[in-house]
Design a protein around this ligand. Structure first.
Ligand SMILES: [Zn+2]
Ligand SMILES: [Zn+2]
Length: 631
């Protein structure tokens, strides 16, 4: 997805070093909100692009140091550190007496707000400052928005033990293996009905239904009642009748005193119950029976339950299965390793062997349902897949919804595929069987959970602010007084009073700027780098290389100009002529003023002057990089 094109110009790399130094200086001074690399300081923030995504979070560290008072005797503190201003990177800390227990440590991939960054994880500063109190990290299930941050988070908070069910632990181990330089994972497998002690705090679990096996809810016992979160869940139900097994799992709440419920708001806008997965299983099974040609199913690698079901059905129908896409292969390996299913020997074949079988005897499972550039389906669609070719007559089932933001990429892939004479079935295709269902409960699932757990207090989590507010509205509809609900932001510090009668939001906040993992660097203050990337993406760059004769203090020759993604230089000779004049004047004026020559001063001056001039002439703000050398 990410290409890191480093320009090979030596001039640029010289400048890069200087800029890195510059950034360091700025960081040392703790001025992460300074608007950008120096040449833009006068312009303030980029006016075109609007609000900078990290500006708010950047008042980071110093805020928390010493300013958040320690937890008072008898109170309980809840701190959602991620997942409540977004869907993704879930993490919540619960502080009781001497114990801090963390629930989940997720990630989300970079988006247009964080160009070039590998992924983003929650801010761990609050936890880093209270390492001694951390007793455990509890993981509800193995999806990346719950486990993706685990390796890095653990390494920053003193590597506490991690508890989760079998498959989640196996998935975490796979992920941990990608970070060989970090301390090994101290994971313990728990059963869904188990009870463990985390310090002095008793914790128990219960099983929930989601799109991945071994999902579990968490109950933290306190002297005021239970703190409950089901993690991601939807109900196992048909036409609103919840299955016996599900009723059994949740029956522990019948007589329980639930102090606080924290639960998923992802699908709070969707009416009714979430479509049960069994309908999708049936739908896919029908299609596998019905379609006579070759079938390619594109799905989320994370839908392990569905993928294993497809393999089982295909196998039973005497078809071979090829799995393509790294994450999907890994997840299927884990499912087999976990003993979740056991394909017959030879049932799963390598993708390059699909042509050895008649079309109606193979099913291909692929990643790329979101149009991701380098996923298997994309490569197949634009004929850049080394081992596999789409053929006329193939049927492609897109067994996934489109994540908002991916619509265009998915359309493009559909176009490419249609041009090759294939039939596409998506979850929107009218008259077809169900090929996708959400893994998160809809409104009715959510209501059922509230009624079942009958909590005193409620904190909506897992969703952006709008969804959290809707969820609050729903809780009030169900009879909860408004004062018993807190809608949090990332870093909110929420406290339940010692008598268990009040829930309150403290005015202080834990640091919450997202931590960006960018190559090997992890930081919550990369906003300068990110802003530069945004500018490069919008208006390109403009490099000036000027040589000054240190004796005469004049330019040695006409400056070299390099532009990438800004304007086409050959067609803008007049602009270039004027820029050259301005450069000459700026450099020579600046160098005449101060003795000995101050190159930083000349560069700053040159950068600002040229930026201003280019903006006047072109209404664009390329990243201007002046390189001034003396000879
Ligand atoms: Zn999930
Ligand atoms: Zn989730």
């Amino acid at each position: 997805m990410r290409k890191k094109n480093r320009l090979s110009f030596s001039a640029v790399s010289i400048e890069n070093k200087n800029e890195q130094k510059m950034e360091h200086k700025m960081l040392e001074k703790r001025r992460p909100t300074k608007s950008s690399t120096y040449q833009y300081s006068k312009f303030g923030k980029r006016q075109k692009g609007g609000r900078h995504p990290f500006s708010r979070g950047s008042q980071y560290k110093s805020l928390s140091e010493g300013k958040i008072p320690p937890l008072e005797n008898g109170k309980i503190r809840i701190i959602p550190l991620g997942g409540v201003e977004e869907i993704g990177k879930n993490m919540t800390a619960v502080e009781i007496g001497d114990d801090i227990i963390i629930i989940d440590a997720g990630m989300h991939f970079s988006n247009e707000e964080t160009p070039g960054v590998d992924y983003v994880i929650p801010n761990t500063t609050y936890l880093e400052e209270r390492k001694d109190k951390i007793r455990a990290l509890l993981i509800t299930h193995g999806h990346l928005d719950h486990i993706g941050g685990v390796p890095i988070v653990l390494s920053r908070i003193g590597n506490p033990p991690v508890y989760s069910r079998n498959m989640s632990v196996l998935l975490m181990k796979k992920r941990q293996a990608e970070f060989p330089h970090l301390p090994p994972l101290r994971a313990e497998v728990v059963k869904k009905d188990e009870t463990i002690m985390c310090g002095k705090t008793k914790v128990r679990f219960f099983g929930v239904t989601h799109t991945i096996p071994d999902a579990m809810g968490i109950i933290i016992e306190t002297d005021k009642g239970w703190i409950v979160t089901p993690g991601d869940y939807k109900l196992d139900q048909i036409d609103g009748v919840v299955s016996k097994e599900e009723e059994q799992e949740y029956s522990i709440f019948d007589k329980a005193k639930v102090l606080l419920l924290m639960t998923d708001s992802t699908n709070i806008e969707n009416e009714g119950f979430a479509l049960p997965e069994i309908k999708v299983h049936q739908g896919l099974e029908n299609l596998l029976r019905k379609i006579n040609g070759r079938i390619i199913i594109a799905a989320f690698a994370s839908h392990i339950t569905r993928l294993t079901h497809v393999v089982k059905v295909a196998e039973a129908l005497g078809k071979k299965i090829a799995i393509d896409g790294r994450s999907m292969k890994t997840n299927m390996e884990v499912a087999i390793e976990a003993g979740y299913f056991k394909p017959k020997k030879g049932a799963i074949i390598p993708i390059e062997e699909v042509n050895n079988y008649p079309p109606n005897k193979v099913v291909i499972l692929m990643t790329g349902s979101q149009g991701e550039e380098f996923a298997a389906l994309s490569r197949a669609a634009n004929k850049s897949h080394a081992k596999f070719e789409i053929k006329k007559g193939d049927t492609i089932i897109l067994s996934a919804s489109i994540v908002p933001g991916n619509e265009r990429a998915v359309d493009r892939i559909k176009d490419n595929l249609t041009r090759q004479g294939v039939k596409i079935i998506s979850y929107r295709t009218p008259g077809e069987d169900f090929v996708h269902a959400t893994g998160h409960g809809n409104k009715e699932d959510v209501k059922w959970l509230h009624r079942k757990t009958h909590p005193k207090f409620f904190i909506p989590i897992h969703g952006n602010h709008y969804r959290l507010e809707l969820h609050k509205g729903l809780a009030m509809e169900l009879g909860m007084p408004e004062k018993n609900i807190v809608v949090p932001d990332n870093g909110s510090i929420i406290e339940i009073s010692a008598d268990g009668q009040k829930i309150e939001l403290r005015k202080e906040k834990a640091p919450s700027a997202p931590m960006m993992v960018d190559g090997l660097a992890i930081s919550d203050v990369q906003d300068i780098v990110i802003r530069d990337r945004q500018m490069l993406a919008q208006d390109g760059m403009f490099v000036i290389i000027a040589l000054i004769d240190q004796n005469t203090r004049k330019l040695k020759k006409s400056p070299d100009l390099i532009s990438r993604g800004f304007v086409y230089l050959k067609e803008n000779q007049e602009l270039l002529r004027q820029v050259r004049i301005i450069i000459k004047k700026s450099v020579e004026d600046a160098s005449a003023k101060i003795r000995p020559i101050d190159f930083d001063y000349i560069k700053n001056n040159l950068g600002e002057t040229v930026s201003k001039f280019l903006y006047q002439k072109t209404a664009k703000r390329p990243l201007v990089i002046p390189v001034v050398l003396g000879i």
